[in-house]
Design a protein. Sequence first.
Length: 244
Amino acid sequence: MNGWLCIAGLGPGDANLVTPEVTLALEAATDVVGYIPYVARIAPRAGLTLHPSDNRVEMDRARAALAMAAAGRRVVVVSSGDPGVFAMASAVFEALEGMPTWQQLDIRVLPGITAMLAAAASAGAPLGHDFCAINLSDNLKPASLIEARVRAAAGADFAMAFYNPRSASRPDTFGRILAVLREACGPGRLITFARAVSTPQEQIHTVTLAEATPEMADMRTVVLVGNAATRRVGRFVYTPRSAA
Ligand code: SAH
């Protein structure tokens, strides 16, 4: 009964951006659990069972993974990017609450390269000074809280990274956020749309807030907004390390 559970980040897409630590865990695993497109990134092999599941069942998935580890399986729960950034690590710890037996299990979180850092690297260094990350999905929090946080971050002159900027189920939210940003940061502020970073479909576009439209983002895009000092140099965008 030497079961264990790893919650692993697969990075933004490129196989070269999967850490050696995650690769070793996947090689030792008996079971891989996760959202369908992330499990699809794992090569099938003898002795490995893949358990793809739908997006909205995170707690069920976390409990199923813990139950398998408790039964002696070697389980990797996969997320894209980093598992602690708007992903499965928190769901697993939430499932541990009130479960003292499961709390004794061998559980480890294996970090990965999160989308905003891969995107920032492709663009230059737009997150080179203080920054924050905000999930624009309203699945797990009210839209009013999202807007309040965007206003607070803009007011404190943080650079910002927005995850889940736009989906078919809430096509208007991102337009509203762009309006808030234009009001709080002014029309000249630089905004970078980074789509499918580190995949063959990668596209990086930097424009001003005045030029930005909601259609520039989709669910495969992470959006980076600079601070007041963020500027272009040649084909790059960077934020100086000293305050403006
Ligand atoms: N745990 C993941 C984030 C999951 S939320 C991480 O650390 O990256 C899903 C959101 O992440 C997407 O809507 C998009 O905003 C962003 N994202 C994930 N992979 C991406 C990629 N390769 N390129 C651009 N954005 C990406």
